[in-house]
Design a protein around this ligand. Sequence first.
Ligand code: PLP
Length: 488
Amino acid sequence: MSDFCPVPEVGKHGEFLQKVVDMMFKNIVFTTRQDKVLLWQTPQELENQFDFALKQNGESHEKLMILLKDTIKFSVKTGHPYFINQLFSGLDPYGLAGQWLTDSLNASVYTYEVAPVFSLMERHVMSELGRMVGPGWGDGLFCPGGSFANGVSANLARYRRYPEVKRKGTHHLPKLVILTSEECHYSVHKFAAFIGLGEENVCKIRTDSIGRIIPSDLKHNIEKQMDEGSVPIMVVATLGTTVRGAFDPINEIADICKSHGLWLHIDAAWGGGLIFSQKHRAKLNGIERADSIVINPHKLLAVPQQCSILLVKDPRILYECHSKGAEYLFQKDKHYDREYDLGDKYLQCGRKCDVFKFWFMWRAKGSSGFANHIDTLMDLADYFEEQVNNRPEFMLVSERQYMNVCFWYLPRYLRGRTNILEYALQLQKVAPQIRAIMVRHGSVMLGYQPLKELPNFFRFVSQNSALTKLDIDFILDHISGIGDAIFQ
Ligand SMILES: Cc1ncc(COP(=O)(O)O)c(C=O)c1O
């Protein structure tokens, strides 16, 4: 028997699927710069234009094709070069092929027998990424996002200090505290609430003028919390903060954690991909001193969503903290080595296969391909920053450390002023108005936000290495053109 059967009679379902794939190719995979990033509709307009109703009887293939076309028509094309709204973008062909394949196989990676290839593949990916982090690393979890991974790490940190929590719960515990940057990702707070620590017990550490944790403030707050009778259990440091792309000083933070016996979690969801770049790897120096690290290949490395990895230093802790040994799935008398069943170290039961698209992209490009991707993006960010600095209508918000270029568009009356923050109230309204016009036109999606005392500013950040310097010129000209028209 050959490995693959001859193409079977596709039948009407096969024909339908073929049409769907053709349509996706034409309308999603190969969108061009001439296409819009999105066709903006207000919720009310979309309700009126899209047939959302669920019905008693099924639909014909013709009608289903219309529904699919409309779904594509009104959805945001996140693979478009001008989608620079989030910390993910681009559409990698190998990643997409990987995603399609796992969706077709519909695997669930809990036992070796149900997912033999993917179970071994996960071990290989964890072990290779671990090797890149440092000696002794090599175990971890694929997580449904960096937020979830941050939450799991908080639970591990608590388990390390109070292992009996797993059986007895939390009612006997003192007040536990997590310390993290005031510019950390909001998931730290969400999951502190979720695991019963409480948002108020996340102590925010001040950051410096470019967004990095101030170590002396961290030390001071740990001691203060202890004096007040609380028990600090964990520090969350960030390598690549969400808004400014700041890198916390890991070695200094690790020294502080060591002297106080605290779990150090590094949220490198955004910055961690730099591990592939020889040129920029130094930004992650000290990462190997953590107890746990999150890296999101779906951000910097442009792996399709979701692909997020939590690495842990202690190879036993995931099993100890999470396992339950359900015997309908993890039977003790299996005919193969149960070590290859990965499921019991996870909190989920059924689980999507996120490893394959990453592994497949890695094989397609090699580590050097990821490195080139990163280096190209860093060069583009350099160019973007240079243009912002060279043009009087733009101003950098703070010194850039990473791909995040944070900048204001300045209406004419603010250009050349040094005391820009005195105009915070006016500046607050500028980015949202320009953005609204771009989104209504469907031309560019570019994010903005305020931060601490800083009024709304744009954040340019792209993971799409197909972006060019000409695109950057276009984006800046476009903002400038809109700004000049509305702020006369
Ligand atoms: C630093 C950082 N950590 C965690 C996350 C959350 O990752 P996810 O969106 O995969 O949940 C983000 C998202 O932008 C982030 O920037």
